[in-house]
Design a protein around this ligand. Structure first.
Ligand SMILES: *Cc1c(COP(=O)(O)O)cnc(C)c1O
Length: 355
């Protein structure tokens, strides 16, 4: 058995895995609609969001599909998005906008630093034509949790809707969508929600839903998806719904996102204490770090060697991406993994660094 320390897909709990064995189901039957509606309700309940103010579009596709659907669905041709970037996933939002020929301006921060509100304010003064701001909540490439409250406050002052890539945050990190002025956020079934990969979701405020673009794209079209709630337009990734419904029930029984965040923090502590003994410290200091994922400098070790030695023992660590490749390795604490395995992983890495 392999333990996955990557930020999704995650090791499944027994009950989520067993949910995949439920009866075959046609998506034109009322049972599918009940399943979909339960998923939508549970997603809103997880963050105490009012169903008359918020909607969730459920698409078949990975997290990137949800991010793309959100950006393409909400950014008008005459608008301009300020993309705040301090890692690979900020760059991905820029690339998505670029590939759809949608107007944007990039505000890039050092990938090892937090978003600086003063710099953001200056960017607002420089770009008078902005229609939206886009930001990643948990920048998974470095393990940084961007301060949505601070970014959101500045956006609200200017009436700019905030679009959030919450793919590796939703289900564990805080999300005070109303207070932070979030207009929409995108996430997926297979990360902090502990389902299987295959569903990409977009949470939309009422204002955002009202402003959806109609015919810009076809398949990942939020307007089309939400306007036919009683009959899915395309064959959905049905079994992913089974798994997500079960995963959401499991999370709710455990106490929801706040409890999951505490669980992650506990696991992270087990890892960090072990690794600190070997002299390894995470790239992002704890107060600015996401609960689930940390990046550690490789310090002369080759990633391939480290990965191969750990893989022999069923411990799957994760490489860094983009310009950080070859400099860092990453460890995530999502999914169904016993505490003892986090201790074992920390011990094994410690031993490899001691040689
Ligand atoms: C994983 C991730 C994505 C992309 O998700 P896929 O499911 O791989 O398409 C996007 N944004 C962030 C922040 C992520 O962590």
């Amino acid at each position: 058995m392999n333990y996955l320390f990557n930020p999704g897909p995650v090791n499944l709990s027994k009950r989520v895995r067993n949910a995949l064995l439920r009866p075959d189901l046609c998506h034109r039957e009322p049972e599918y609609l009940e399943l979909l509606q339960e998923i939508q309700q549970r997603l809103l309940q997880a963050y105490s969001l009012e169903p008359h103010r918020w909607q969730v579009a459920v698409l078949s596709g990975s997290g990137t599909a949800a991010v793309e659907a959100m950006l393409v669905g909400l950014v008008p041709e005459k608008g301009r998005v300020l993309v705040i970037c301090n890692g690979v996933y900020g760059e991905r939002m820029r690339d998505i906008l670029h590939s759809h020929n949608l107007p944007y301006a990039l505000l890039e921060f050092n990938w090892e630093e937090a978003i600086q509100p003063e710099v953001l304010e200056k960017a607002f003064k420089r770009h008078k034509d902005l229609s939206h701001v886009a930001v990643v909540q948990h920048e998974t490439s470095t393990g940084r949790l961007n301060d949505l409250a601070a970014v959101g406050a500045l956006c609200r002052e200017r009436g700019l809707p905030l679009l959030v890539d919450a793919v590796s945050a939703f289900g564990a990190e805080q999300l005070r969508a109303e207070d932070w002025g979030v207009a929409a956020c995108a996430f997926s079934s297979g990360k902090c929600l502990h389902g299987i990969p295959g569903l990409g979701m977009v949470l939309l405020s009422q204002e955002a839903s009202n402003g959806l673009q109609k015919n810009r794209n076809y398949y990942l079209n939020l307007q089309r998806c939400l306007s036919s709630p009683n009959s899915p337009l395309f064959t959905p990734a049905l079994h992913c719904h089974y798994a997500l419904q079960e995963a959401l029930a499991e999370s709710a029984e455990q106490g929801g996102p706040a409890v999951r965040r505490r669980l992650y923090l506990h696991r992270r502590r087990l890892l960090h204490e072990g690794l600190e003994a070997a002299g390894l410290r995470p790239l992002v200091p704890t107060p600015q770090a996401a609960s689930s994922t940390s990046a550690f400098p490789l310090r002369g070790m080759s990633y391939e060697a480290l990965h191969a030695k750990l893989k022999k023992q069923g411990l799957i660590i994760y490489a860094a991406q983009g310009r950080l490749a070859g400099r860092l390795f990453r460890l995530s604490v999502m999914g169904e993994i016993p505490d003892a395995v986090f201790r074992r992983l920390a011990r094994r890495i410690g031993e490899l660094y001691a040689r």
